[in-house]
Design a protein around this ligand. Structure first.
Ligand SMILES: Cc1ncc(COP(=O)(O)O)c(C=O)c1O
Length: 432
């Protein structure tokens, strides 16, 4: 048994042993999850990225459709079979006496999940709140910072609509002002982006909301540099990391933001309805949660988790998703996702009529890319790919971005991407 496999089983056992769910979990602890995945620990992430035997086993761990090619992991990802099974198991168990098992067990299990999320994020467990999605995490930050009439929030017109709506609502309700920068598409010049933010800061700017990766294109933004210029002026920085946690290889504190919200059901492939909120320790006390909390928790991360009854089985299975993710490892996943993007984009980038809204260079994007075809409207192209060719994608019709977003994942096969490239080549000819 390899060291990693041994550690993997040990961590699962430790996890199970920490709860009184142990008898039910034991049969699953010996399941061969991760065995094949651990077998290439000797290779570098770049070598592992092209090891098709390894990725074949990863694919088998998911229940991917053979009839629809899912190229929309950027929306929400499926979770591996083992995680699905755990959600079912915990659901059956919780239903034996929901109040007893959910309320009495949950606290203890949540602490071990929090510790493990913090380890992945590279921060203290005291800085991690477990949430139901990125929206809940980011809106806690957006709504929770004290602002008064006339204060300004700086963001971009490529930020996620729910976050912009939340800011607009605060503007209607409290009279704060929202300034939105238009970003170049695509961009290969981080200093240009930092300059756009710097120039848009005014003496009234109190908060910056910025995506680590833009969902429309997969563009990576220089959030650390933006945070540095913001902090010099006493401005708080909220980083929308919905697309980067477990997709790119980084530690959250290295981004130097004050708050970071992410989904876990995207790139970690945790159960649907899971998210995470990082609050830099020194900022906890000054941030109001969305829901009330008892006195004495002002500086405690738990104050953000008074969410009422939610799904215990789903939250509990985050730990199983972490196990699965760790058996691949973030560096290998990041390298594979980039490799997949390069694999299909290399095949189509020189075809007349094909254009990209994403820089294909490794510093500027990860696994997501947005392309368009001359003569095709995004909706028409997206629907044709999904409806006629079973290539499920996301059409993007933004004022500055017209195209289709392709977001493969660790379960995507090269054969599927060959078919995508062939289809793009075929459609590119149709309107020329
Ligand atoms: C950039 C960005 N932020 C936030 C969200 C919201 O994520 P969730 O559905 O987990 O709330 C998304 C979802 O796609 C997103 O792309």
């Amino acid at each position: 048994m390899s060291i990693q496999r041994r550690q993997f089983v040990k961590s699962l056992s430790a996890f199970a042993g920490s709860t009184f769910l142990t008898p039910l979990l034991n049969p699953l602890i010996s399941a061969p999850i991760g065995k094949e995945l651990a077998s290439i620990t000797h290779s570098s992430p770049e070598d592992a990225a092209t090891d098709e035997d390894f990725w074949y086993h990863v694919r088998q761990a998911y229940t991917s459709s053979n009839n629809l090619i899912n190229l929309n992991s950027g929306g929400v990802s499926p979770h591996p079979k083992m995680v699905q099974e755990k959600v079912e198991l915990y659901t059956r168990f919780a239903n034996e006496a929901p109040g007893y098992y959910m309320w009495r067990t949950m606290g203890r299990v949540r602490e071990s999940t929090r510790r493990r999320l913090a380890k992945l994020a590279g921060c203290s467990p005291n800085e991690i709140a477990i949430m139901r999605n990125a929206t809940e995490a980011l809106e806690t930050a957006i709504m929770g910072i004290d602002l008064k009439k006339g204060d300004e929030v700086l963001t971009t017109d490529q930020d996620y609509p729910s976050m912009l709506n939340t800011l607009e609502m605060r503007s209607r309700r409290e009279g704060i002002k929202i300034n939105k920068i238009a970003l170049p598409v695509p961009s290969e010049d981080p200093s240009e982006i930092v300059g756009l933010f710097e120039n848009a800061i005014t003496s009234k700017t109190k908060v910056i909301l910025v995506c680590h990766m833009i969902n429309l294109t997969g563009q990576i933004l220089p959030v650390r540099q933006i945070a540095r210029i913001a902090h010099k002026k006493g401005i708080k920085v909220i980083i929308d990391g919905a697309h980067t946690f477990c997709h790119l290889d980084f530690q959250i504190p290295d981004l130097e933001g004050d708050y970071f919200g992410t989904s876990l059901h995207k790139w970690m492939t945790a159960p649907f309805g899971t998210g995470m909120f990082y609050v830099k320790e020194e900022n906890i006390e000054g941030l109001w949660p969305l829901h009330g909390y008892p006195e004495g928790e002002d500086d405690k991360i738990s104050k953000f988790e008074h969410l009422g009854t939610r799904s215990f089985p789903i939250e509990l299975a985050i730990a199983d998703a972490i196990d699965f993710h760790n058996s691949i490892g973030t560096p290998r996943k990041a390298a594979r996702l980039r490799y997949l993007k390069e694999y299909w984009t290399d095949q189509v980038k020189d075809i007349p009529g094909v254009y990209f809204n994403t820089s294909l260079k490794k510093e500027h994007s990860g696994g997501i890319a947005n392309f368009g075809l001359e003569g095709w409207e995004p909706g028409e192209l997206g629907n044709t790919l999904t409806g006629q060719y079973q290539l499920y994608n996301t059409a993007i019709n933004h004022k500055d971005i017209k195209g289709v977003r392709i977001s493969p994942n660790v379960f995507t096969s090269l054969e599927e991407l060959d078919y995508l490239a062939e289809t793009i080549a075929k459609l590119a000819k149709e309107k020329r």
